[in-house]
Ligand binder design. Sequence first.
Ligand code: GLY
Length: 564
Amino acid sequence: MKQLLFFLLLLLSFSCKTSTHEKPAPVKGLITQNAMVVSARQEASKIGTDIMKNGGNAFDAMVATEMALAVSYPYAGNLGGGGFMVYRESNGRIGALDYREKAPLASTKDMYLDENGEVISKKSQLGAMAVGVPGTIAGIFEVYKKFGSLPIEDLLTPVADLARNGIIITKKQEARFEKYKDLFFEANGDTIPITSGYKASDTLKNPKLAETLERIIKNGVDEFYRGETAEKLVNFLQSRGGIITMEDLAKYEAKWREPVQFKYKDLNIISMSPPSSGGVCLGQIMKMIEPYDLKQYGHNQLETIQILTEAERRAYADRSFYLGDPDFVEIPIDTLISKEYLNYRMEGFSLDQATLSSTINCGIIPGYESDETTHYSIVDEYGNAISVTTTLNGAYGSKLYVPELGFFLNNEMDDFSAKPGEPNMFGLIGAEANAIAPEKRMLSSMTPTIIEKDDKLWMSIGTPGGSTIITSVLQTILNVKEFGMTMQDAVNAPRFHHQWLPDSIYFEPNKFDQKLFKELEAKGYNISEKESKISSKVNSILVYPNGTMEGGADKRGDDTAVGY
Ligand code: GLY
């Protein structure tokens, strides 16, 4: 009997050791009790957190964090771009702000086509003609007007100081400056400060941006849209062949929008509405996969990948046809995220064989007429939560830098469909709903999202990554909800992506098993492991039932959680 007991104990200890070896212990991100900012740079997360420590709320912190990213992360943080914010107040009230760029008044549907009707792709991506009317400064002032609680100088002076005193270049930043140096030269025809050979650990100071911010502190939103900054910006753009005028700037307005809301099991998901496709596509995909038991199939296992891929393919096909600026096109949002419609979309799906994208079109709705970005999440000690994604579109936007003002300008015009059926820089196909028109906002994939569970705040999440934004947000939510991961593990987990066309599943390189690829190929899926395709960096906060929060900061970048 004793011998049997000893044998059983030995077996138990052996099996414990084996399972520990197979499954690494969960990794948790920063844990705090009161407040947190998770953003692409430590400096920006710290400035936002300090604002909250000094009595500010999450919205005050948003104003400061957004501008601090423009200083410390010029790759995507900006004054010359735009973005979207989804929020949930401590009393449960929700909302969304659209400060997306707009097409200039002088823009035309065919402005990026040559005399043969072919797309001149560089024209919408590099230099002055690629620039949409910027929305970021209007966005932060709209947030401040509605929710701000501290004086604006308390929010922005630390940011101006950061620009004047400088930021420390990271290794990843050094590599990016090097990678884009020829394009900087091509767009600017000259050298610009960040091409002066900065290396990791060097300090990059931006006194011109500090001056711009100081004028904005003094004169408010009008400084950017009507004042000296506006004049400098327009003169600069016009000297480079751009078409944005003082009238374009004066007419710009950020807009409050109704967020998209839908249920996934016991979660209430609140995400960005058009002109971003993020919330609608996320809703479509999550409702299409809801009937399947992903937990049973397992994280990143064959059937899970098939189910997600097939739902993604169908949602991105709909995206290309139905979605655009809601002020210009009618979008059947309720139908697109309804159970009935999505059941019909998944008809024909089988685990036996891939549904080829060539056989999929947008769904038929009776009666219907017809890139680099950065994300941050903030939760304050009062329970307010915000989720913001902001962008210049491509890395450093149009690469055009305004030396007198100290910032880059977007190339967001490339997010329009220059010619129906032609892919943009993310390979996304667009149709009439996203054709260019004066003052129209271009379609986005940005998916700032807030999630409630049991009527309480559960998660704030989002990411950059162009067309891969939606699928990265999706997988990170599922990693926590279905696969029981911590917030940090959910962010760290390898990701994949499908967007209807091109008809391939894109995998993060060297993170998935070759055997899995063979199994997928046998069922008719195309596999791609291209380095650049999945460029998402998810930044999120998970709130536990006892109110403690965990940050998920994506180590694919320099992203950092700071809180207290
Ligand atoms: N520029 C990337 C996006 O808006 O989706």
